[in-house]
Design a protein around this ligand. Structure first.
Ligand code: AMP
Length: 232
């Protein structure tokens, strides 16, 4: 399956995408993670990315599209879960063109819905493991040992752009630039769009998402079985 997961910052996309990718055997490509890796590489590109990311602004389309295209080409055939990309109309169009060329269309757009009020508290409390990137939250998803990753034992870190001030800018960018992407997919029936309530505990949201993706996987299996029968 090729799936996009969209939601405001703090909707829990990263946590949920990791779980979905594991459960359904998809490659999880997070544009935020990929850009942050570049940012801390010390390269010239990394320095340029820092100015956007730390200000809560979107990285220019041509830069993100180029960075993501390579990763997508390598993974699209085996199943893909895109998290944080596309985030603008131009990125959605570029993704469509790439997937069309590969003859591997997008099959599902998942929208994780969370009201703006809930977003700030969620983001400011976020932490993650610097090594395995496992996500935590000081209130909602606590590690077993205070401040340390359950898997690696390393001290958890807070992202430099997870401050209240930056979150507000990221939310504004989401409403102005990413919300139209949802309409782009819905409008022309380019891909099925399913909205999922992102409120509640991470496990509750996971259960909702598993149900939607499970149904899509089943539809796909049935479609393939019908195709095989028709060919026989
Ligand atoms: P995220 O981890 O998805 O919240 O992304 C963190 C930051 O990375 C964003 O605030 C942007 O500065 C940048 N970023 C991630 N994905 C994209 C994208 N698709 N387009 C532009 N900027 C992005």
């Amino acid at each position: 399956m090729r799936v996009v997961i969209i939601g405001p910052p703090g909707a829990g996309k990263g946590t949920q995408a990791k779980r979905l990718a594991e459960r359904f055997g998809l490659s999880h490509l997070s544009s935020g993670d990929i850009l942050r890796t570049q940012k801390s590489s010390g390269s010239e590109l990394g320095k340029k990315l820092r100015t956007y990311i730390d200000a809560g602004a979107l990285v220019p389309d041509e830069v993100v599209v180029a960075i993501m295209a390579g990763a997508i080409a390598a993974q699209a055939k085996d199943g893909l879960l895109l998290d944080g990309f596309p985030r603008t109309l131009a990125q959605a169009q570029a993704l469509d063109r790439q997937l069309e060329q590969l003859c591997l269309p997008l099959e599902l757009v998942l929208v994780v819905d969370v009201p703006d009020e809930a977003v700030v508290e969620r983001i400011v409390g976020r932490r993650s493991c610097p090594k395995c990137k496992r996500p935590y939250h000081v209130k909602y998803l606590r590690p077993r040992n205070d401040g340390r990753c359950d898997d690696c034992g390393l001290e958890l870190q807070q992202r430099s752009d997870d401050t209240e001030e930056t979150v507000k800018k990221r939310l504004a960018a989401y409403h102005a630039q990413t919300a139209p992407v949802i309409e782009y997919y819905t409008g022309a029936g380019r891909a099925p769009v399913v909205k999922v309530d992102g409120r509640g505990s991470p496990d509750e949201v996971t259960a909702r998402l598993f149900e939607v993706l499970g149904a899509q996987a089943q539809r796909k299996r049935r479609g393939q079985a019908t195709e095989v029968t028709a060919r026989d």
